[in-house]
Every structure is written in structure tokens, then in C-alpha cells.
Design a protein around this ligand. Structure first.
Ligand SMILES: [Zn+2]
Length: 388
């Protein structure tokens, strides 16, 4: 195997080993599943299965080919991922123009990380799509024979970015898939399956990578750090090991401050706390903590619902259980389901919106109304004009 630190979806490897053994590899495979569960690492393992010289269906991780796969340097693998536009002006420009010197160094670092950490991402600033230039370059080489007449693999990461926000790269890839070169396998990896073009889906075999279960996640996190908050991290990550690993790097005080912020300022006692609450949300948006806040808030709200309906015994950790019980008793009239909808909608908005101050204020006001059991009015301009 290539990654010793990957939680493996065994059903995937069983399925693929039958396919590889019987030489029934399709031209195109889509691997999809939730964010942060190690899909790209599963794809890299699959490459090693195909190239390993050991003759065994499990890649040895030690032969020349496996080492090359491991270092992301195998000549027969074309690795494609989103790039920023950089100095690219036309469709014919080389992708080498996409990267500034700074981004080139960053890319080298990300690639190195990827060889060590199965959950790391090769994400570069401003890389919002897979450039058509990458597909055009691929077209120039893909129809040439491979080294040692081996298979060629085109491994496309964040493949939905072929088709979103624009479809030109997806359409360009589709042309290749319609008349695929011999002995070439396309592996498309994505967490946004719905965004892929239907025409690409219909030409591919689709395989889901499943989330690891709670026990595996909990054991995995414990090997990284003995930590008071590990049960909370296991719960919050919901299978996303990339988030979980980020959280294991934090100190106790980090989680204490996030919990404090939620308890005191999102579930605020009086509206006088609003300015401070807005300020805290703005600060956490700047330093990236807003992700953790919204994920924890979502987890708290779902557990309040489970607690209220006695669906599940949430006792895992005293402080967390107490938090759930306290909040749920404090707001007896709250509409918890709508609170979750509001949190999810605002999580997306916070990621994309630049006007955090108004965003934060709207969110806190609406959240407070829902806690008191007040129905939110749908905004209509007529209403607003009439009242004002
Ligand atoms: Zn090998």
C-alpha cells in the first residue's frame, strides 16, 4: 500500500481488485464521496494497484513503480488539478504561465504534503477551475504511446471544477472520452458529483468512497493526539479527516474559546451583546475559525433535537452533554429544525459573502428570533415599504 495513514474503504479495494485482476478497467472512473475522507488517496492507491510490479493485487509500496506513484512522479500518470489563471491570456497558452514564483513554491510544498498526508489538498490561491489549457496540453500527449507500453492514467482531482463554474474544460475532456486513446484510464475524483456533466457521467463507471465509521475515526485521531476534545472532534468531523487532523493541532483553549463564543454570544442572553457578537464573528471569519463555529453549532443543534425527541443518548462527554441540556431547557419554544436550516444557509453565505458585518447581524437576529419561537417573515419589498 502507498499510504499507511489512510482509513481505507475496504469495499472499494475489494471491488477494484476484482476489476484490475480481470483486466476489466473502464476508460473512465468517477470516484465520489464526502469531502475530507481521502478519495484522492484512494485514487492514488488504485494507480499503484495498476502499476505495481509485485504481481500481487495489493500494491507493495516498495517497487520502482509504487515509489514513483507514491512520489506523484510516475511518467505514466498525468495529474490534473485546478490552477489559477495567472498570466494565461488565451486557450493556447501553456499552463506554466498559470503560476507565479510564489505559487510554484507553494505547489511544490502541497505536492510534497500530498505524498505524506492522504487528506491534504493541492489547493492553490485563486484556483477555482480546471483550466482548458490543462486539457489542451493533455490532448497533445495523451495519444502518444506510453512508457514501456504500460497503461496511462489521467488523474483529475476536484473534477467538478472541469464543469463548474464554466463547462468548457468539461466539454473538452468529453471530446477525449468520446474517442479515448488506447490503454488509457481517466480517474475523476470529486466531492461534488452533481456538478459533473451528465455526458461525462454516462461515459464513466461511478464508484462511491464511503465515510469511515466513528470508531475508526476515533482511533485514528487518538493516534495523533491524546486530547480532552477528541470525542468532540470525532463527532464534529462527521467523516472529514482533513478537518479532524486540523483540529488535533489545536490546544484545549481553542475549543474552550469557540464553545464560549457559541454559548455566550450566539445563544445570547440579551440583545446588548449583539455588537460584541458581531465583532467576534467577524474576527473568526478572518482567521478561519468561522468554519469550526458553524460546524460545532450544527452539531449542537442536531444533538438538541436528538435529545428532545430522546432519539439518541448523547452522553459522551460531560461538558458537551451539559451544554446540550442547558441550551435545550433555556429555549423551550425554539424551532430547532429551522435553526439548523438557518445555520446551514449562513455557513454558505459566510464563505462567499464579503460583507460580514451585515451578514453576521442578520444571522444573529434571525437566530435569536427562532430561539424564541418567532416565525421568520419572508422578506418582501411591499411589506418593508409599508412598515417604513
Ligand atoms: Zn509495487
Amino acid at each position: 500500500m502507498i499510504y499507511k495513514n489512510l482509513i481505507r474503504d475496504n469495499s472499494f479495494f475489494e471491488k477494484m481488485s476484482v476489476i484490475v485482476k480481470n483486466n476489466r478497467l473502464p476508460n473512465s472512473i468517477i470516484l465520489y464521496g464526502d469531502d475530507g475522507i481521502g478519495k484522492e488517496a484512494h485514487a492514488i492507491e488504485l494507480c499503484a494497484m495498476i502499476f505495481c510490479k509485485s504481481g500481487d493485487i495489493k500494491p507493495c509500496g516498495e517497487c520502482y513503480n509504487c515509489i514513483k506513484v507514491k512520489n506523484l512522479q510516475n511518467e505514466n500518470i498525468s495529474l490534473i488539478y485546478p490552477l489559477p489563471r495567472g498570466k494565461i491570456k488565451s486557450k493556447n497558452d501553456s499552463t506554466s504561465k498559470a503560476l507565479s514564483e510564489k505559487n510554484r513554491l507553494l505547489l511544490a510544498e502541497r505536492l510534497k504534503n500530498k505524498t505524506l498526508n492522504p487528506y491534504s489538498k493541492i489547493n492553490l490561491p485563486g484556483a477555482n477551475k480546471i483550466l482548458i489549457n490543462s486539457i489542451r496540453e493533455l490532448k497533445k500527449t495523451i495519444f502518444l504511446g506510453s512508457i514501456n507500453d504500460n497503461f496511462k492514467i489521467v488523474l483529475i482531482l476536484d473534477a467538478h471544477k472541469l464543469c463548474h463554474p464554466t463547462q468548457e474544460s468539461g466539454n473538452s475532456l468529453l471530446k477525449i472520452l468520446e474517442e479515448p486513446p488506447k490503454k488509457t484510464i481517466f480517474i475523476l475524483v470529486t466531492s461534488e458529483y452533481d456538478q459533473l456533466l451528465d455526458t461525462i457521467k454516462s461515459r464513466s463507471q461511478t464508484i462511491k468512497i464511503n465515510n469511515p465509521n466513528t470508531e475508526l475515526i476515533s482511533n485514528y485521531i487518538n493516534t495523533y493526539k491524546e486530547f480532552h476534545y477528541n470525542p468532540l472532534i470525532t463527532k464534529m468531523c462527521n467523516g472529514n479527516l482533513r478537518n479532524a487532523l486540523d483540529w488535533t493541532l489545536k490546544e484545549d483553549s481553542y475549543f474552550e474559546s469557540i464553545i464560549h463564543l457559541i454559548e455566550k454570544f450566539i445563544f445570547m442572553k440579551s440583545i446588548n451583546q449583539m455588537p460584541k457578537a458581531i465583532e467576534l464573528l467577524q474576527v473568526s471569519n478572518k482567521n478561519g475559525d468561522v468554519n469550526t463555529i458553524f460546524i460545532l453549532l450544527n452539531s449542537i443543534l442536531s444533538d438538541i433535537i436528538k435529545h428532545n425527541y430522546l432519539i439518541e443518548n448523547i452522553a459522551e462527554n460531560n461538558f458537551y452533554t451539559n451544554l446540550i441540556i442547558n441550551i435545550s431547557e433555556k429555549y423551550k419554544d425554539a424551532n430547532w429544525e429551522k435553526c439548523i436550516d438557518l445555520v446551514n444557509a449562513n455557513f454558505m453565505l459566510f464563505k462567499s459573502n464579503a460583507n460580514y458585518e451585515i451578514q453576521a447581524m442578520n444571522f444573529l437576529l434571525d437566530f435569536n428570533r427562532l430561539l424564541k419561537g418567532v416565525e421568520l417573515e419572508v422578506f418582501s419589498i411591499e411589506n418593508w415599504l409599508y412598515k417604513n
